[in-house]
Ligand binder design. Structure first.
Ligand SMILES: Nc1ncnc2c1ncn2[C@@H]1O[C@H](COP(=O)(O)OP(=O)(O)OP(=O)(O)O)[C@@H](O)[C@H]1O
Length: 255
């Protein structure tokens, strides 16, 4: 059974068609990058998978169940780090436990030993154990995003979504954040869907790729299929410079 099945998903905002009859399936454990220019529908797609946005028609099925609202086993990392500036990295990570309990239970569970241990493990997984007590607001953008990943991991998800997680970061920090994101997904066996507009990063870290243009799926394939022509179609030459100057770990992808 596929972990995520998107069936004829359409989302309209008034006259705007953000998603137009989108269908695909993602197998458990796949690390999928959603590509496309700004406005192509990436965020809307992730929000539908997360149950934050209701489709106009069609549906998303997660683990066999149609998504009708937010699910605790689906965690999301946002572009804006959504970090509580005034509290420690550890407290931020620990707040991920709120996602899997209701409010009253969370009041009681918040100091659970198990939750605390998970928060520390998650910080370790993103390389921030030594910075656990540091105030999140004083950390760099990349570190804050790693705290955001730790918080998502503490939610104990099966599915990890990230909407442009490195959009506001410099290239070095973007690499680091993507490395931790991919590593955490692999180590925990998570199914991941990450939207990115940086083609070089996508190629470096992605396994499966879904390309959107005007809300439609115009590409669905694996690394070996993601050719120069496909990228050119998706981006109309806009990002060719980044594509060519990117960190070429696998030159065979360019054909
Ligand atoms: N809440 C909303 N109300 C109205 N229109 C919206 C809303 N959300 C998205 N849209 C529109 O739907 C289309 C797809 O937007 P979406 O944010 O999904 O694209 P995107 O590929 O994620 O873009 P970006 O990379 O800029 O975030 C755009 O035309 C956008 O203006």
């Amino acid at each position: 059974m596929s972990a995520i099945r998107v069936e004829n998903l359409t989302k309209r905002f008034g006259e705007t068609v953000a998603l137009d009859d989108v269908s695909f399936e993602i197998e458990a454990g796949e690390f999928t990058v959603v590509l496309g220019i700004s406005g192509s529908g990436k965020s809307t797609l992730l929000r539908c998978v997360n149950g934050l946005t209701a489709p106009t028609s069609g549906r998303v099925v997660v683990d066999g169940d149609p998504v009708t609202s937010h699910r605790d086993d689906v965690a999301m990392v946002f572009q804006q780090h959504n970090i509580l500036d005034g509290t420690s990295a550890y407290s931020n990570a620990l707040s991920g436990a709120l996602g899997r309990t209701n409010f009253l239970r969370s009041l009681l569970r918040f100091n659970d030993r198990e939750d605390k241990l998970q928060a520390l493990e998650a910080l370790d997984m993103v390389g921030l154990l030594d910075e656990a007590s540091q105030r999140a607001g004083r950390m760099s953008g990349g570190q804050q995003q790693r705290v955001g990943i730790a918080r998502a991991l503490v939610q104990n998800p099966q599915i990890l979504l990230a909407d442009e997680p490195v959009a506001s970061l410099d290239p070095g920090s973007s690499q680091t954040v993507m490395r931790y994101l991919r590593g955490a997904a692999e180590e925990r066996g998570l199914t991941a869907m990450i939207s990115l507009h940086q083609v070089n990063l996508a190629r470096q870290f992605g396994e499966r790729f879904i390309g959107l243009a005007d809300g439609r799926v115009v590409f669905d394939g694996y690394r070996e299929d993601l050719t120069f022509d496909v990228i050119d179609d998706l981006y109309g030459g806009i990002d060719m410079e980044g594509f060519l100057s990117g960190n070429e770990t696998d030159a065979t992808v360019v054909q």
